[in-house]
Design a protein around this ligand. Structure first.
Ligand code: PGA
Length: 243
């Protein structure tokens, strides 16, 4: 895949970068995160230039990454409040993340939709909060509701998103979507959202990561991102393929 020009947060950026987003979900303690990060840095030591590695740890782990100045590594949250700061017990709002170097937020993950009843409207409010606070939203969708989710977003927000195509059946199941379908969905997403980066998520591992990065802007990886060995293997494979 060659150079592509995308509009992210209003800035036109010419990239041939691939995204690898590590979604840790509700896993890892502070010591677990510290050792993952130490190993990541020593195994890659500023040799990753074409892959944009985005780590999405749970909120209590964000400060572990705060002083990391490895240029390949960015920080994301796995969710964000649909509200601005105020009396919302338990919520972490986008503005509260100031100073933690959070550049991305996963929003609308199917686990949030399924376990917490998140709606298209709430996802749209979360996108709004992200963009008001200079955080790029990574909006998760499945085929069946790309259109409804897009329709709930403000028109001017559509092109500022990264979209993750995440077939429900592929998440945490060991089964991954066939590459042809990923390409079809990517086309559809771009017809609806505009020329946004589209990444694929669902049981991606070191064995198949190149199949997906070849046809999309990258991947969202859950289980296989937790073990540093498999994660570094994935990052290095994609970096080598892009050189
Ligand atoms: P998985 O998770 O890689 O464990 O399937 C992906 C996701 O939930 O985004």
């Amino acid at each position: 895949m060659g150079w592509k020009t995308y509009s992210i947060s209003g800035i036109m950026a010419t990239i041939m970068t691939k995204y690898i987003v590590a979604n840790w979900k509700s896993n890892k303690t502070i010591t677990g995160a510290q050792s993952w990060l130490e190993q990541y840095l020593s195994e890659t030591s500023n040799t990753i230039h074409h892959v944009k590695v985005i780590v999405a740890p749970a909120f209590h782990l964000l400060s572990v990454f705060a002083d990391t100045n490895d240029t390949s590594l960015s920080l994301a949250v796995q969710d964000i409040s649909p509200f601005a700061a105020g009396a919302y017990t338990g919520e972490v709002t986008a503005s509260l993340l100031t100073g933690l170097s959070v550049k991305y937020a996963i929003v609308g993950h199917s686990e949030r939709r399924r376990h917490f009843g998140e709606t298209y409207t709430q996802v749209a409010q979360k996108v709004d909060q992200c963009l008001q606070n200079n955080i790029t939203p990574i909006v998760c969708v499945d085929k069946a509701y790309v259109d409804q989710q897009a329709a709930a977003l403000s028109k001017e927000h559509l092109e500022k998103c990264i979209v993750a195509y995440e077939p429900l059946a592929a998440i945490g199941s060991g089964w991954s979507e066939d590459v042809g379908t990923v390409q079809e969905v990517e086309k559809h997403v771009q017809a609806v959202f505009g020329e946004v980066p589209v990444i694929y998520g669902g049981s991606v591992d070191a064995a198949d990561i190149l199949d997906y990065t070849l046809v999309s802007s990258g991947v969202l990886v859950g289980s296989a991102s937790l073990k540093i060995e498999s994660f570094v293997e994935m990052v290095k494979k994609v970096e080598a393929a892009l050189k």
